[in-house]
Design a protein around this ligand. Structure first.
Ligand code: MN
Length: 147
């Protein structure tokens, strides 16, 4: 219901929800570090500790970015990435694949799974945050960059 004509009109404030990042990672220390880094940028964090939970969360919550570990219990990060990239509802969500097996980047199966960026562990914090920021800017957060 509208207020009386005499009452002050409140400005309509539209608060854009902060972008959400889904972390799919079974190593508790890595999860803690990724979550802290992402939260430090003001982004929302969703956590999954296995591949199937990661798939479910990606479909339900539609994050703007997924940090995907390669070696996961249940279905692997490779299978989860393939599944997300072959589903039209989730294929546009960028996936940053991480693994301690740096050589995996050259593995043909890994190269073909559809990931958007690859970051070997131990990660460089600077590179990690730069990638996260870049993907979220592409997702529509670029207006936050203007002074
Ligand atoms: Mn793992």
């Amino acid at each position: 219901m509208r207020g009386d004509l005499g009452s002050p009109i409140l400005p309509e404030v539209v608060v854009a929800p902060s972008p959400k990042v889904l972390i799919v990672e079974d190593n508790p220390l890595n999860m803690k570090m990724f979550a802290a880094l992402i939260a430090s940028r003001g982004y929302g964090v969703l956590e999954a500790r296995d591949g199937l939970t990661g798939l479910d969360l990606a479909r339900e919550a539609r994050p703007q970015l997924i940090i995907m570990d390669l070696d996961l219990p249940g279905i692997s990060g490779l299978a989860a990435t393939r599944a997300l990239k072959s589903d039209h509802q989730t294929r546009d969500i960028p996936i940053l694949l991480t693994t301690a097996t740096a050589a995996a980047e050259h593995d043909r199966e890994v190269r073909d799974c559809g990931y958007d960026a690859f970051l070997p562990k131990p990660i460089s914090i600077t590179s990690f945050l730069a990638m996260v920021d870049a993907f979220l800017a592409l997702a529509g957060g670029e207006d936050q960059g203007s002074p």
